[in-house]
Ligand binder design. Structure first.
Ligand code: NIG
Ligand code: FE
Length: 405
């Protein structure tokens, strides 16, 4: 049974928009007065609404003027945590640094303590609450990292929570294991901790169907470059896809991400020309996290330079209790756009198919035949209204796998 959805004033299809490099707005591939023909979970055809009527079994009429976009993809979040870090944020507002708070045993360690103490039910309720808000805001695919467990038992607990939550939310949750977030207090030696993860945790993740993705925080205060490289190489050998918290305060992480063929290198606030050039030449997606820059009061990822050099740029929230408590993808992408001088095509690509690419997914993020029917409609009559309103206008309709939710 095919279903025609529409009419829409404009559909931003991104159908032929390239994976890499800078884009002008002709690359939005806009179709006016258009509809989408959907069958089951997939898009069959996109085109003039009236012309498509004849080929549809049913019609889902959209009332009022709308602009349709692909469902948004948030390729980097830490949505499972216990407690709050309001205390950290208040300290940071009065000038204390993120790294100093961590060094003194607060920051990530605080969330680890609260997450370990929380029950699976509590953690799941928090995850569903945040993911539901995201879905309402049009985010139909959400990556979710562990990383506040930091031992086998608690990392498994968190990843099981993500697995169990999938049945309760229409958005796709894509889990990633970030057990190598920082070295927990029980281990005096970072290398020893990584060896423990390699031997005791990683082999269980695939067998239990918990995740096929491994992340690490590469930073002197977390894990140094060479040690991280060995850990990532071992994970790759076991068959995992890789992603890296790279160049947030110091460089080094993005280089090993590129060398090991990671799907993405995320953060990059400290990346210099050298790292920009390496990323641009590679197939590793550069992920900007404006929410972390805003949450820490620091510079943005050099998004414009990355695009200009030819990189693939995704934009993501980094939603987490510490550095990125806001969790609003559209607000953050709009703000990054105006500071970094990005085109609408670069921003929309960064929060749709380029973010999907960072997750190794090529079945979503464009409104084109064969793609998943994940779509969001904004109550505006011109696409430029969306970013101009800086995230204040949210979609008023969301379809996931062809179903209006
Ligand atoms: O991506 N930088 C490392 N990890 C997270 C923050 C985690 C936290 O502060 O709780 C990030 O910013
Ligand atoms: Fe992060």
């Amino acid at each position: 049974m095919s279903k025609l959805i529409g009419p829409f004033k404009e559909i931003i299809t991104l159908a032929k928009t390239p994976d890499k490099g800078s884009l002008d707005d002709s690359k939005l591939d806009i179709i006016k007065n258009a509809g989408v023909l959907v069958e089951e979970e997939k898009i069959l055809k996109v085109g003039n609404f009236e012309a498509l009527r004849g080929s549809a079994d049913t019609v889902e009429e959209v009332i009022g003027e709308h602009v349709l976009l692909p469902g948004l993809v948030d390729c980097h979040t830490h949505l499972v945590w216990g407690g709050t870090r309001a205390r950290d944020y208040t300290l940071r507002m009065s000038g204390e640094s993120y790294e100093k708070i961590l060094e003194q045993g607060g920051g990530i360690f605080d969330s680890v303590e609260k997450t370990r103490a929380a029950s699976s039910e509590e953690l799941k309720a928090g995850l569903i609450k945040r993911a539901s808000r995201h879905l309402n805001d049009g985010v139909t695919t959400i990556e979710v990292k562990s990383g506040y467990g930091l031992d086998v038992e608690n990392e498994l607990k968190v990843l099981e929570v993500v697995k169990n939550a999938k049945a309760d939310i229409a958005a796709d949750l894509i889990p990633t294991c970030l057990a190598a977030h920082v070295c927990p207090k029980e281990f005096a030696d970072k290398k020893e901790f990584l060896t423990y993860l390699e031997r005791e945790l990683l082999p269980q993740l695939m067998v239990k169907g918990l995740t096929s993705r491994i992340d690490i925080f590469v930073e002197p205060s977390a894990f140094p470059v060479e040690m991280a490289k060995d850990y990532l190489a071992a994970a790759k050998k076991l068959g995992f896809d890789l992603t890296v918290h790279a160049d947030q305060f110091h460089t080094g992480g993005s280089q090993i991400a590129v060398e090991l063929g990671a799907r993405s290198a995320d953060h990059l606030e400290a990346s210099t020309e050298k790292e920009v050039a390496l990323l641009a030449k590679s197939d590793t997606v550069a992920v900007a996290l404006p929410g972390a820059s805003i949450g820490l009061g620091m510079q943005f990822t050099p998004a414009w330079k990355l695009l200009d050099a030819g990189a693939s740029l995704a934009i993501s929230t980094d939603w987490n209790p510490g550095s990125g408590p806001m969790g609003d993808l559209l607000v953050q992408a709009s703000i990054l756009g105006i500071y970094e001088k990005l085109s609408s095509a670069e921003i929309f690509s960064g929060i749709t198919f380029r973010a999907a690419k960072a997750l190794g997914l090529n079945d979503r993020g464009k409104i084109a035949a064969g793609m998943k029917a994940d779509m969001i409609a904004f109550p505006v009559n011109d696409y430029r209204e969306i970013l101009y309103n800086q995230g204040k206008i949210k979609p008023d309709m969301v379809w996931k796998n062809g179903k209006h939710i």
